[in-house]
Design a protein around this ligand. Structure first.
Ligand SMILES: [Zn+2]
Length: 336
């Protein structure tokens, strides 16, 4: 199965958090957190179509300027998503610069900013380069189940966690595909045609297995039936490829509410990217700073039943001993 998305951390685990997800077949990328982005090439920065920001502590947001610098003069739209207050924050960042010459630039970069509050209320605004990044086109909506972005190939959901301030955790989920075996359609004597659309729709609707599906035979129908049961067709000509899922959880206290939300969001993910800021021996310090220990990160991964765990966002106090954090998280993940 081709891999639809290819996630990798922007920096080493002691560097600023950031997860770059290349959408290989679409020549674009998503990014989770905008910490220091200097390790991304201009080509990689220009591929970013959507940026998801957990919260606005500096190590998660300073890269906004690097991304903005890169898209100036380009004909592009980038979507930014984050907790309540993001629209004001981006407006202030944009107002910090002078734009008197931007109208003469060739391309018109557009920033489409969406924020979500703890009740799932969405607010959006737009900033167009051509208009010196003046704030415009404000809209409001309600998110269903934390969904921030839905596209034909995937969706991104957020959960609000507590880190002294509201912080978002994200899940990126590829949609399941219904694949039709064309050679098996032909082998049954059927024609590849419009009837396959109705067949797929019946599957998506969850219709009963004996639902008759009108088919088109290759050649004369003769004695052959006008329709075949859905279940029989499913067995013969279809395969469902389940989508991959990754989750990204950083900067949150190990409270019951946070754990429950993070576990629900990351449930059964293929990879959970999660902060492991402190060793469990320093859990008091982790609690004060409202960060997770490595053991706590592993515990969340275990409860969420993820397949793989990748830790990041290590405190600089463990510089040179990063493997201890990784091992502690892995041990809690595997053994509890
Ligand atoms: Zn933080």
């Amino acid at each position: 199965m081709p891999r639809y998305f290819d996630p990798h951390l922007v920096n080493d685990p002691f560097g600023d958090p950031g997860l770059y997800v290349d959408l290989a077949f679409e020549r674009r990328a998503l990014i989770f957190d905008l910490g220091d982005l200097s390790r991304l090439s201009p080509r990689q920065l220009l591929r970013i179509s959507h940026a998801f920001i957990t919260h606005r502590h500096m190590d998660h947001f300073i890269g906004f300027d690097q991304l903005l610098r890169c898209i100036l003069g380009r004909e592009t739209t980038v979507g930014f998503y984050g907790p309540a207050g993001l629209i004001d924050a981006i407006e202030h960042k944009l107002k910090a610069y002078t734009w008197n010459l931007i109208a003469g630039y060739e391309g018109n970069p557009v920033l489409r900013v969406t924020e979500i509050d703890e009740k799932g209320r969405l607010a959006s605004a737009q900033f167009k380069g051509r208009l010196a990044f003046e704030r415009s086109d404000e809209t409001k909506a309600i998110s269903e189940a934390g969904v921030l972005l839905q596209e034909p190939g995937f969706e991104v959901r957020a959960a609000t966690l507590d880190h002294g301030v509201p912080t978002l955790a994200f899940a990126l989920e590829e949609r399941a595909h219904i694949n039709i075996w064309r050679n098996k359609v032909a082998a049954m004597g059927l024609e590849v045609g419009a009837w396959l659309g109705a067949f797929k729709e019946a599957i998506v609707r969850g219709s009963p297995e004996d639902t008759p599906i009108a088919v088109t035979w290759a050649g004369a129908r003769g004695e052959r039936p006008q329709s075949l049961p859905l279940g029989a067709l499913k067995n013969e000509i279809m395969r469902v490829t389940s989508g991959r899922k990754i989750a990204y959880v950083v900067d949150c206290a190990f409270t019951d509410a946070n754990v429950a939300r993070a576990v629900a969001l990351a449930k059964d993910a293929d990879i959970l990217f999660i902060e492991a800021a402190f060793l469990q021996a320093d859990s008091a310090r982790a609690g004060e700073r409202q960060h997770l220990t490595a053991h706590q990160a592993g515990t969340i991964a275990r409860r969420a039943n993820v397949k793989r765990l990748v830790t990041l966002h290590y405190s600089p106090r463990y510089q040179g001993h990063g493997e201890q954090l990784a091992q502690e998280a892995e041990a809690a993940f595997r053994n509890g």
